[in-house]
Write a protein that binds this ligand. Structure first.
Ligand SMILES: Cc1cc2nc3c(=O)[nH]c(=O)nc-3n(C[C@H](O)[C@H](O)[C@H](O)COP(=O)(O)O)c2cc1C
Length: 327
């Protein structure tokens, strides 16, 4: 059975959402949103802010390992920060070579590095050397900046630099998040390297997952937005692969999801400034509305809510009670 991984999603899949999604289950591991490394040695609290899981052996409460992702373009600085992170004993360190954000790319980080395979090599090598050999170092890449001409060069550079595995988000930076994802490119990269390669991009259903595996040839698949839109997706994938797939029962799933939504809201209230909390909930509901009509209704009810005091009664009315006993 291939592995199902929860993708890093900065500003979306933070610690609170990872807790919920891994508790619902089906994920073998998750990757944190990126920790930005730019010119200085970060204090320990910067790593803990992104991955509070580091305080519990690098795992969510459900026991899912959480790999911490670093983003940066300077090999020495990346190495120094990776060494500090390694002392916090994450289950792995992942290097981000795919972020298309303008602020990140302006400093030569993220997806822009895909134009410079030599630099990928230097970063991977420096990080690999700076951390214990027992600590897995992986990399996540897109297919290129504007086109795919250097995709294999990038993968080979990362392999030569010593990363132990690769995740390929099967789009270029220029593709953004536009469908389709070019899973056939994952197959080409797999043919060119000797590393385990995980396929990523546009998996929204268990059927997509099966097609992605068959086109890419990768057993392991990483899921991003699909996991946020359908928190039961990884379980559906497992059920389908075990031959026990039933047609999704959206109503039953929504009822199961409600206490998790309540937990999420409570976690957000504990972590985020109150004025930002409603926005976080609306963001998740916007994704959930792809799957659940009830999420759409709830979203409509709180669309204009700015204050926590307006959101909690709407949640109560929808049966999302924040005062329930913790599971
Ligand atoms: C809101 C958002 C934030 C993201 N942040 C990160 C990140 O911090 N690091 C990273 O490597 N990829 C990041 N990604 C890319 C995802 O990990 C994933 O590669 C991409 O969404 C494609 O997978 P999907 O089609 O299953 O969503 C982000 C994607 C989204 C939508």
């Amino acid at each position: 059975m291939g592995r199902v991984l929860l993708a890093p999603m900065e500003g979306l899949a933070d610690h609170a959402l990872r807790e919920v999604l891994t508790r619902i289950g089906g994920y073998d591991a998750a990757v944190t949103e990126f920790v930005r490394v730019s010119g200085s040695l970060l204090p320990v609290r910067s790593f803990l802010r992104v991955s509070p899981e580091l305080l519990q052996q690098g795992r969510t409460r459900a026991g899912t390992p959480v790999i911490v992702q670093l983003l940066g373009s300077d090999p020495g600085c990346m190495a120094e920060n990776a060494a500090r992170l390694a002392r916090l004993a994450p289950p792995g360190i992942d290097l981000n070579f795919g972020c298309p954000a303008r602020t990140v790319n302006r400093h030569g980080g993220g997806a822009m590095l895909l134009a410079a395979p030599d630099q990928l090599f230097r970063i991977a090598e420096a990080v690999r050397r700076a951390v214990p050999s027992t600590l897995p170092v992986s990399a996540k890449m897109r297919l290129g900046v504007g086109d795919t001409s250097r995709a294999l060069d990038c993968a080979l550079a990362l392999e030569a630099g010593g990363v132990g595995s690769l995740v390929v988000h099967a789009r270029t930076k220029a593709d953004g998040y536009k469908p389709p994802a070019h899973w056939e490119w994952v197959a080409r990269i797999r043919d060119g390297v000797h590393l385990p390669v995980t396929a990523n991009g546009e998996v929204w259903t268990a059927d997509d997952h099966a097609r992605c595996r068959s086109v890419s040839g990768s057993d392991d698949v990483m899921i991003g937005r699909g996991a946020v839109a359908d928190p039961f997706l990884a379980r559906r994938i497992r059920a389908r692969r075990a031959g026990v797939a039933l047609p999704p029962d959206r109503r039953a799933d929504w009822l199961e999801l409600r206490p998790h939504l309540a937990d999420y809201w409570q976690a957000v209230l504990g972590r985020v400034e109150a004025r930002h909390a409603p926005g976080r909930l609306k963001q998740w509901l916007t994704h959930l509305a792809r799957t659940f009509v009830e999420a759409e209704v709830l979203l409509r009810a709180i669309r204009h809510a700015q204050a926590v005091s307006e959101v909690t009664p709407a949640l109560d009315a929808a049966g999302v009670s924040v005062r329930r006993e913790a599971a």
